[in-house]
Design a protein around this ligand. Sequence first.
Ligand code: C5P
Ligand code: C5P
Ligand code: C5P
Ligand code: ZN
Length: 494
Amino acid sequence: MAGPVPELEDRARTCATRLCEADRVLLASHIDADGLTSAAIAAQALERAGIPFETVFEKQLDEDAVAAIAATDYETVLFTDFGSGQLDSIGDHEDAGEFTPVIADHHQPADRDTEFHLNPLLFGINGASELSGAGASYVLARALADVSDTDPEPSVAADRGTPTASGAANARADNRDLAALAVVGAVGDMQAAGGELHGANEGIVDEGVAAGVLETGKDLALYGKQTRPLPKLLEYATDVHIPGISNDENGALRFLDGLDLELKRDGEWRRWAGLTNEEKRTVASALVRRAVSSGVPATKIDGLVSTAYVLCEEPVGTELRDASEFSTLLNATARYERADVGLGVCLGDRDGALERARQLLREHRRNLSAGIDLVTSEGATQEEHVQWFHASDEIRETIVGIVAGMAMGNAGISRSKPIIAFAEKNDAEVKVSARGTHSLVRQGLDLSVVMGEASRTVGGDGGGHDVAAGATVPKGKEDAFVERADEIVGEQLS
Ligand code: C5P
Ligand code: C5P
Ligand code: C5P
Ligand code: ZN
């Protein structure tokens, strides 16, 4: 049977077969949206295949973390969303007979390889834009359903129950229902940059649609379509800056007031997801008219529309229904050391995880809003090609980048230069986050190169994506870092 990504099929089956031979498995994954969804996919696939397992999360899979895993008495370890880059140290433990690694990852592999290694980069597929860790885990999950001898009953169910019920049962039997989580992971890893998912990711989307767990379609490219009150949806919509609306609370309200639209129901602001199609068209065309009349160039206006990935089995108006809001909900748990809560949400709201995650999200939003106020009141220091601020210990290092991105466009923080944010990480190190705009990226900006090169100049390390990247540098090296980053950005944009 062909899997969702034919190039990976043979390797996926080899890995799945090895997992089926294990008495039990230690599942180790990365703490971000992609790592959480990877773990949730793998966990459900193992559970359905009847393989006992336990799950652990790591912020970074450094040598100590690998050693701690080796010290457990698990003989088989499944790494998801990391492992490829750490094959040096993993291989040492494997050679010592401590465990057999099975890896489903999409990061750049180290020089060493291993037998049960599933990674798109080994098969000519781009791991940054075409398949995420959750995607690799999904490919493995599909193979696991195929090679494990699970109860064949669900596939015969087609003769009984309703067509949809049997479709759902079939999707569960071959793990295609997990495609929705794979898409959340890909979106959380920014693989939909540019508006939609590509390459191997598309094959997964198609399976999710066929399985009835996903719907896709062109929609407004704004964050918060399910849960944000309409004025906040527009005010915070900054990927495409619309003068007089973006970052302008009163402006966004005035704009909505000027439309022939029922804005509140039962005293509450309505949300995009609750509008009728006609109401959506009313708002969207007024937005486009406003953008045109305020001189926003046509190429940017195109960016107002993108492909939405809707988890159509989740209730309307919840974070779980929109892949991008879902991934933010997961980050709100993982970035606060509560990966267990995020995993519970992915596994279908186990133990009240969703309510706990929403509390964490409220706290995350309060922190974001306090951070944005702080940055906006203090402004950013302007260099020739970049601007920067230092939050010291006033903004958590795990969210300073999100704050920086959301503050761009506010008073004193330009959208014509990338922004670099510093926050204290520990006594010796400073976290750096950088954010750009899609329009700067089109002009040549690549922040992953900037963060990587500038941090290595001062004895740190970094990387990420063109539009959003980060680094860790030794304390006291901030000025030297900014100086080098300014030079590199200048070269990229020249
Ligand atoms: O959480 P994450 O960092 O993946 O968020 C991606 C983008 O979504 C942010 O840069 C921000 O524009 C938006 N976001 C938001 N409100 C949140 C979380 C994220 O507007 N609470
Ligand atoms: O770990 P890494 O891939 O996950 O982080 C991606 C981050 O990039 C998101 O959490 C978000 O903060 C940021 N981002 C952004 N602006 C975008 C897209 C992503 O700031 N347009
Ligand atoms: O932490 P932040 O949200 O700023 O991270 C943005 C992107 O930069 C993420 O994709 C993250 O994985 C990457 N990053 C990195 N190396 C670091 C810090 C962040 O590659 N030291
Ligand atoms: Zn990932």
